[in-house]
Design a binder for this molecule. Structure first.
Ligand code: UTP
Length: 304
């Protein structure tokens, strides 16, 4: 069956099944996507961005021992009643928010065979349509003034509507840091933000990196990617099926792949420093806490 690739993108995959070794022991029972920025789990920012971009159905790829996230998307009626009784309306709105804004579907990845395998697990929930992929540990922000309306995914979807092919989000990374990422080669700079790509390489050495542009955790993928993922072998060095390799083969089969440049701020919630920085920045930009928190921070820094 041929799909109509002009159709709206309404489904998003969010894989949350990784081992999260950098955040053990917390990730023993709770996915790192539940780590909070202030009082909000980071997954809520990601889902909000997806919904602002027009996504209706969220497919979580999850694993055993990580029920906290599924529970978090559910309505807790007894707690709602308690909050109503106590007239805690703001708190009531907070707990009602996520369950209301999207439909949630859960699929399992029972063996942690990498991001490529996690995406493949969503194949039947996606069917034959283009979809968004958002990695839950990448918190991306254009600016603090417009957190709720500023959808980064929307920019990718706009590029998809124009180019009708796979789109990845790119960010400039300085120096040897690039070795931690999937990196792209540039065939053509179309305009200030859009690039036609000619290669994708997962975690190259600094010398072999084809550019300083790394893939961030947002993609628009075509359903054809599942055929490539099914053929992909487990990488003997990592024990994982790499999504980057599957997209690279899709590109080598004469399909275009595009990159959209992101120049805002990224927090890697998968490591402790990223998590701390996100919390400090959000606190310093929070209406209620900014003043008192800045004072507290100044006081602490004085004593270092
Ligand atoms: P990471 O590369 O950050 O791996 O995965 P990880 O296992 O979560 O974390 P570390 O490196 O051990 O600390 C990127 C995204 O892909 C998901 C993760 O949940 C994360 O959102 N993922 C990764 C899976 O769903 N399944 C996998 O097998 C691997």
């Amino acid at each position: 069956m041929k799909y109509n690739n002009k159709q709206k993108i309404t489904k998003a995959v969010i894989p949350v099944a990784g081992l999260g070794t950098r955040f053990l022991p917390f990730t023993k029972t709770i996915p790192k996507e539940m780590l909070p920025i202030l009082n909000i789990p980071s997954i809520e920012y990601i889902v909000k961005d997806a919904v602002n971009a027009g996504i209706k159905d969220i497919i979580f790829v999850t694993s055993a021992r990580k029920k906290a996230l599924a529970d978090y998307t559910d309505s807790y009626l007894w707690l709602e009643d308690e909050l109503r009784k106590k007239n805690k309306i703001e708190e009531l709105k907070l707990i009602q928010f996520l369950p209301k804004i999207a439909n949630y579907i859960f699929v399992r990845q029972s063996k942690q065979l990498g991001l490529g395998d996690a995406v493949l697990k969503a194949k039947y929930a996606i069917g034959n349509e283009p979809f968004a992929l958002l990695l839950g540990d990448d918190i991306l922000l254009n600016n603090f003034k417009n957190i709720t309306n500023d959808s980064i995914l929307k920019n990718l979807i706009n590029s998809y509507q124009k180019y009708q092919s796979i789109i990845v989000l790119l960010k400039k990374i300085e120096g040897k840091e690039i070795e931690k990422y999937g990196v792209v080669g540039i065939e053509k700079k179309i305009d200030q933000k859009n690039f036609l790509l000619n290669s994708l390489i997962e975690k190259p050495t600094f010398k072999k990196a084809p550019s300083d542009l790394a893939i961030m955790g947002r993609y628009i993928l075509e359903p054809k990617i599942f055929d490539y993922l099914e053929k992909e072998q487990i990488d003997p060095n990592t024990g994982e099926i790499q999504l980057t390799n599957a997209i690279s083969k899709y590109l080598l089969d004469k399909n275009n792949v595009y990159g959209v440049l992101f120049e805002g701020k990224r927090y890697d919630m998968g490591n402790l420093l990223g998590f701390l920085e996100a919390n400090i920045d959000f606190a310093l930009n929070d209406k209620k806490y900014r003043k008192v928190f800045a004072e507290l921070l100044k006081e602490k820094i004085k004593n270092i």
